[in-house]
Design a protein around this ligand. Structure first.
Ligand code: ADP
Ligand code: AMP
Length: 220
């Protein structure tokens, strides 16, 4: 199963990706998480990416494409993957197509989580994330069981530096100009599926399972 998740920042991609990854036994690959890990470890990639991310800009395509290619080479991607946050430009989508074609592989689905803009600001400014395992929470809609602590690994959860109102607005503008064209890109390849992301988290997941199929188990 090779899936990409599309949708504006705050649509719920990371939240749903955790459940999809565990239900369908495919690795969740978030380019944002990989960049953040590199930033915290002060690698050369992290140092190069940091300013773009802090300002809500996209990291340049060549850096991002090289990073994702090396991630897709890892053993756990042999039976599929779930990409969250990649591709974000048509150039990245074309590079992914070329990469898969060389391996005689192809995507199964581009799943768009559709959420109108007026939901986004509230979701993003109330988001809290776990810096250790990447889990995403919301102060109102999805609070952790213990205040300030990740349910999964117990680390302190934090607000992302790029989740301020000004940076979110910048990211939404970039989404409109650079990433939204991917909806038509995948629609023209007959790969696009759409779920409404405005429902509760578990209901969105139900809709996703209806699209991806329910006959999967851990042995597939
Ligand atoms: P993305 O990865 O698309 O940027 P996230 O999965 O991090 O988005 O979700 C953004 C914020 O919205 C988080 O705080 C998350 O807890 C919250 N959220 C996600 N899905 C829903 C939903 N269906 N209803 C309400 N809040 C949600
Ligand atoms: P995310 O965690 O998906 O919200 O991504 C956080 C930030 O990482 C984005 O605002 C970008 O600065 C950067 N980023 C993540 N994925 C990509 C990508 N595919 N192309 C360029 N920049 C990216």
């Amino acid at each position: 199963m090779k899936i990409i998740l599309l949708g504006p920042p705050g649509a719920g991609k990371g939240t749903q990706a955790k459940s999809i990854s565990s239900r369908y036994s495919i690795p969740h690959i978030s380019t944002g998480d990989i960049f953040r890990k590199n930033i915290s470890e002060k690698t050369s990639l992290g140092i190069e990416a940091k300013n773009y991310i802090d300002n809500g800009q996209l990291v340049p395509d060549d850096l991002t494409i090289n990073m994702i290619k090396s991630r897709l080479e890892q053993e756990d991607c042999r039976n599929g993957f779930l990409l969250d946050g990649f591709p974000r430009t048509v150039i990245q989508a074309e590079a992914l197509d070329r990469y898969l074609k060389l391996k005689n592989e192809s995507l199964d689905t581009a799943l768009l989580i559709d959420v109108p803009r007026d939901f986004i600001l509230d979701r993003m400014t109330g988001r809290r994330v776990c810096p250790s395992c990447g889990a995403s929470y919301h102060i109102k809609y999805n609070p952790p069981m213990i205040l300030g602590k990740c349910n999964i690994c117990g680390s302190d959860i934090v607000q992302r530096k790029d989740d301020t109102e000004a940076t979110v607005r910048e990211r939404l503008d970039i989404y409109d100009s650079q990433t939204q064209p991917l909806i038509d890109y995948y629609r023209s390849k007959n790969l696009l599926s759409i779920v409404q992301g405005t429902k509760a988290i578990n209901e969105v997941f139900e809709s996703i399972c209806n699209i991806l199929g329910r006959d999967y188990n851990d042995n597939n």
